[in-house]
Design a protein around this ligand. Structure first.
Ligand code: NAP
Length: 243
């Protein structure tokens, strides 16, 4: 039977590209979106033109009841979940002293709690099947910290901690858990950057280019095909950050 994958935040950017890549590999994709229904429908239509069917499901993954609904859909329709990509995320750019509890809750719940809740809901099925692959999309800022992005950095470092600890707990159940920590990737998340800022950024990157969603999607595909890599944080950043 074909593999079943849930990808959170698949309406735009990196998640959208991951959805396309996996769907073209004959993996049955359940693409989650929240606000961008139009883009999610477009993605579904685009793949339909290639004779590929995907499911698109609206859910706010920062909320437990929505996470439950998303996972219930997958189990009821397909009976199993082989792959979970926790990709949904938001950024936040503020002086630390201006951050509020609301900012903390919004960013942590969307970026980190979502991964915790998704894992909790999906893992019983993976344990039952003694097979699973979980990929958390974190960030270089979780590794090295970003000025003016403290809460975002915390959320991504938290994801990497989740990856490492869960990998140890779930290895005996043949479930692998890894993080991909992207550098600067050309998506809506960076849409406020000026041409000048992009140019300066490119000059700091040894590979002399900004990353593309495809760079991340290729690594997701590889991690799914692999069988021995677990508990790792793979940073795809063109050499911008080398730890
Ligand atoms: P993006 O283009 O802004 O897309 C973000 C995606 O997350 C959208 O599909 C959005 O869905 C979804 N999302 C946000 N809140 C959600 C919620 N509560 N429930 C469900 N989905 C939600 O960003 P991106 O660049 O592709 O980022 C994807 C991931 O990569 C994020 O976790 C981000 O932190 C990480 N990352 C990005 C970069 C970068 O440079 N771009 C670098 C490092 C890490 P809707 O629009 O449908 O609401």
């Amino acid at each position: 039977m074909e593999k079943i994958a849930i990808i959170t935040g698949a309406s735009r950017g990196i998640g959208r590209e991951i959805a396309k890549t996996l769907a073209r590999e004959k993996i049955k994709v359940i693409a989650n979106y929240y606000n961008s229904e139009k883009q999610a429908i477009e993605l579904q239509k685009e793949l339909k033109q290639e004779n590929i069917e995907i499911d698109i499901i609206k859910a706010d993954v920062s909320k437990r009841e929505d996470v439950k609904k998303l996972v219930k859909f997958a189990i009821e329709k397909y009976g199993k979940i082989d792959i979970l990509v926790n990709n949904a995320g938001i950024s936040e750019y503020k002086l630390f002293s201006d951050e509020t509890d609301e900012d903390w809750n919004r960013v942590i719940n969307t970026n980190l709690y979502s991964a915790f809740a998704m894992c909790q809901e999906v893992i019983p099925n993976m344990i039952y099947n003694k097979s699973g692959c979980i990929i958390n999309i974190s960030s270089i800022w979780g590794l090295v910290g970003a000025s003016l992005e403290v809460i975002y950095s915390v959320s991504k470092a938290g994801m990497d901690g989740l990856t490492k600890a869960l990998a140890k707990e779930l290895g005996p159940s043949n479930i692998r858990v890894n993080s991909i920590a992207p550098g600067a990737i050309d998506t809506d998340m960076n849409k406020d950057m000026t041409q000048e800022e992009w140019k300066e950024l490119k000059e700091e990157i040894p590979m002399e280019r900004i990353g593309l969603p495809e760079d991340i999607a290729k690594c997701v595909k590889w991690l799914i095909e692999d069988s021995y890599t677990t508990g790792q944080v793979i940073s795809i950043n063109g050499g911008w950050v080398i730890t």
